[in-house]
Write a protein that binds this ligand. Structure first.
Ligand SMILES: [Zn+2]
Length: 444
């Protein structure tokens, strides 16, 4: 999991060579884009029933190099972790209770990649056809008709370049409703690009992909954009006069590119810290930073960073939130676990307006379930789920955002971060219902 600077530059060069283009054939599966592979890495669900088990897990997680896929590391909870074959024998000797969710993670990733490649070939063919037939047209983005077609777009996952083209197309096609925004530049200088929709005095800020490997969050946030711009929901016109939406599909583009070029399981940003790659930006926000549920180990997946707001990605988003006059909701979309959470994460003491926020979350969960029968759980991060300090929702609440949420999308561990593309559309549809329930019930 440790990437040296040398291997990073090699990865960047490889990504350039292999970046998909409609005119070149896609790389075969025998030449994986991913430089880091996970052959015989298992995903285990560890049940923590006693204080002694919790201490055993905590005392050994660093040496075992556990990669926490979920973070409910409390007595009575369970965590999903990735473990290497080398560490698995040592782990078994600890005598903790666990079940095996995935026997060989690389098999899951290969299947995901195969599905991706088949879809990418169809998508590239459509783009190529569009470019050839529209050569004389002066369009903002080549292949704009393909990017604009929701029935194609939400059938699969996309490259970073295609996400940029998709966003540019939405903005170009909706000049009366939308304009482009950016929270700022990432560590590597990429824009944290998004779209502003609507004219209302009440501001709503959403983003996906703060954690790089949580790909469904990008697609669901884009689905919400699509619904606000051209959905058939009769309530939308009212939303666009009551609210102004600021939506950034990929909050952590540096990390997202890493998941597509070198390490599918990368979670953090691209800052180098003591030989390990990345800060967990969602433990780096400057409210009650370093007060529990985050790590000081630069190699840990929930590394908090050397100081609060040491990551430009969290700092930019915080400044963007602070620049708006009246933010009535903020939603930070993640995966996975099916949770709709409200502050606090740093403390079990509930905030003064907990009842209001959790009431909105309960309405969201009910509306979500009504679409496809999928059950989410709502509650405050600390009590319902896990302690996590330095997170975005706590920060948003601390600066006066009245209803901030942290959402964990599908699923509950069957596929984890590699949610099949067939679940993109239903995930988008149910999340739209949840989002609309919040918009209908916000006190503004
Ligand atoms: Zn996350």
């Amino acid at each position: 999991m440790k990437l040296s600077l040398f291997s990073l530059s090699a990865v960047a060069a490889l990504a350039l060579v292999l970046s998909p283009s409609p005119s070149s054939s896609l790389p075969a599966l025998s030449k994986p884009l991913s430089v880091v592979t996970f052959d015989n890495h298992r995903v285990l669900r560890i049940q923590v029933d006693t204080e002694a088990e919790l201490q055993t897990l905590t005392a050994n997680e660093g040496a075992l190099g556990l990669d926490y896929f979920t973070h409910n590391k409390v007595v009575g909870g369970h965590v999903d972790v990735r473990i290497s074959p080398a560490s698995y024998q040592k782990f078994q000797a600890l005598d903790l209770k666990y079940t095996t969710l995935v026997e060989n993670l690389q098999t899951v990733l290969d299947q995901e990649r195969q599905e991706d490649q088949q879809y990418q070939q169809v998508f590239a063919a459509k783009l190529s056809l569009s470019k050839n037939s529209n050569k004389s047209l002066n369009v903002a983005v080549e292949g704009a008709d393909v990017y604009a077609a929701a029935d194609t777009w939400f059938q699969g996952y996309h490259t970073y370049a295609d996400h940029q083209n998709w966003l540019a197309t939405q903005i170009a096609n909706n000049p009366s409703k939308a304009s482009s925004i950016s929270a700022g530049k990432t560590y590597q200088g990429k824009a944290q690009a998004g779209i502003k929709i609507g004219t209302g005095a009440n501001h709503v800020v959403l983003h996906g992909t703060q954690h790089a490997r949580e790909w469904i969050s990008t697609m669901v946030v884009e689905y919400l954009i699509d619904q606000l711009l051209k959905g058939t929901d009769s309530r939308v016109a009212g939303y666009l006069t009551k609210y102004t939406f600021h939506i950034i599909p990929i909050m952590n583009p540096d990390g997202f590119v890493i998941t597509q070029s070198s390490n599918r399981m990368h979670r953090k940003n691209a800052q180098t810290n003591g030989g390990c790659l990345g800060t967990d930006t969602n433990r780096n926000w400057g409210y009650k930073w370093n007060t529990g549920g985050s790590s000081t180990d630069p190699c840990a997946d929930d590394y908090m960073g050397p100081s609060a707001f040491s990551s430009p990605e969290a700092t930019n988003m915080a400044n963007y939130l602070k620049s708006l006059p009246k933010v009535v909701s903020y939603i930070d979309f993640h995966s996975y676990s099916q949770l709709w959470m409200v502050p606090y994460g740093y403390s079990g003491t509930r905030p003064g307006t907990y009842t209001y926020m959790n009431g909105l979350a309960a309405k969201a969960v009910a509306a979500l379930k009504a679409v496809n029968g999928v059950q989410f759980t709502n509650g405050d991060i600390y009590n319902t789920i896990y302690p996590a300090s330095g997170n975005s929702a706590d920060y948003a609440y601390s600066i006066g955002v009245t209803a901030p949420f942290a959402v964990e999308l599908r699923d509950t561990g069957r596929y984890g971060f590699s949610l099949p593309a067939a679940q993109i559309l239903p995930s988008g549809q149910e999340t739209w219902a949840a989002f609309a329930a919040i918009l209908d019930n916000i006190q503004a």
